[in-house]
Write a protein that binds this ligand. Structure first.
Ligand code: FES
Ligand SMILES: [Fe+2]
Length: 382
């Protein structure tokens, strides 16, 4: 391995090909991803604080209908949303109240909140039927910084945010409250948004307001370390414009600044954590934003953004969470429009594959990850 002094540039030293165009619209490719990516990795399922004790909720991951439960004592469990009798859905579209038991709405089989079958109601099984063989099909649950994640794989992979498990330790993450939420359905493949969110070549053209807030973005890069001649003296991460401390319209914090942050975390203006397959946590000095993607179809993606605040910030007289969120919401909508434009264009019969530029190193890493996931699944199936 070559030694670099000054520090190594992250720029690619070649211009690799992208994933093939069909990766963004082909139904078979989408099905492979559902199996290889979405049913095998940890997938974000919402804030713990937004799932009240005594609630069950239907959610969908990788095309699978799932049931997320929080019992009266606060414990969280998750199952496939299918009854072991004849397969009825257990929980419909709306959040349902959860008592001691999960009761099937069809013939009233009942399960404990840990999934054990405890009653078959009016049915009279013979001796060959064993209750212990007919519990709900469990799904792995993980909590991290007040976020809930589910994994459908039999053996779950390690839970591994790109900056490590401790990247947000200085933020009081578990105590933060959802103050604003944006949900938008975009006419694009989920990977199109992922790619957009991890490069800044589009920033000068698509995000004038963002480039004003983060000046280095106006040069089409995410940080100074991507600029020619970077010698390590400028900060490696993005830096807000002089006088701005956070992503609000004025750049001023919207409430008390988190007390536990290091000088470097405050100076950076934001800490950006990526969780594969498709969640991004942006931690500012005064609030945190979580952005996540859920594929709804080959060319349809649900984008969710949640703005998380300390309770005391939300309780400030006249506090308007939507107004605070407006700056980043605008950037997200600019990104969404760009992604839909990207999707429409790559449908051309002449576009078979694109080329990545050296600044798109995060996209290459993502494409390699997608390829590895698909290959691993195929290897197992072979
Ligand atoms: S299908 Fe659930 S009790 Fe019959
Ligand atoms: Fe963008």
């Amino acid at each position: 391995m070559t030694r670099h002094d000054p520090p190594a540039s992250p720029l690619l030293t070649h211009c690799p090909e992208t994933l093939p165009a069909r990766a963004y619209y082909d139904a078979d490719w989408f099905g492979r991803e559902e199996r290889a990516i979405w049913r095998r990795n940890w997938v974000y399922a919402g804030r713990l604080a937004d799932l009240a004790p005594g609630t069950m909720r239907r959610i969908s991951i990788g095309g699978q209908n799932l049931l997320l439960c929080r019992d009266q004592a606060g414990a969280v469990t998750a199952f496939h949303n299918t009854c072991r009798h004849r397969g009825s859905e257990l929980c419909g579209a709306e959040d349902r109240k959860l008592g001691k038991l999960i009761t099937c709405p069809y013939h009233a089989w009942s399960y404990a909140t840990d999934g054990r079958l405890v009653s078959v109601a009016h049915a009279t099984p013979t001796e060959d039927f064993r209750f212990e063989d007919h519990g709900l099909f469990a799904v792995h649950v993980q909590q991290w910084n007040g976020f809930l994640y589910l994994c459908l794989a039999e053996t779950a992979p390690a839970f591994a945010p790109d900056l490590g498990l401790h990247a947000l330790d200085n933020w009081p993450m578990a105590e933060l409250v959802t103050g604003h939420r944006l949900v938008s359905e975009l006419a694009c493949n989920w990977k199109i948004f992922w790619e957009n969110y991890n490069e800044c070549l589009h920033c000068p053209g698509i995000h004038p307001g963002l480039c004003d807030m983060v000046p280095v973005y106006s040069r089409g890069v995410m940080s100074a370390r991507e600029l020619p001649g970077w010698d390590g003296s400028a900060p490696a991460g993005p830096v807000l414009k002089p006088g701005a401390e956070t992503w609000t319209k004025s750049g001023a914090p919207c409430g008390p600044v988190f007390a536990g942050l290091t000088d470097a975390e405050r100076a950076a203006g934001f800490t950006f954590v990526t969780l594969y397959p498709a969640m991004f946590v942006v931690a500012h000095v005064d609030y945190v934003r979580a952005v996540s993607l859920a594929p709804l179809g080959p060319e349809r993606t649900r984008l969710t953004a949640e703005w998380l605040f300390p309770r005391e910030t939300l309780d400030q007289p006249g506090f308007d969470a939507a107004a605070v969120a407006a700056f980043a919401a605008r950037v997200l909508m600019e990104d969404g429009a760009a992604c839909e434009m990207n999707q429409r264009g790559l449908r051309s019969e002449r576009f078979a594959q694109g080329r990545l530029m050296p600044q798109e190193f995060d996209i290459l890493a993502f494409h390699d990850w997608v390829r590895r996931q698909l290959a691993a699944e195929e290897g197992e199936g072979a």
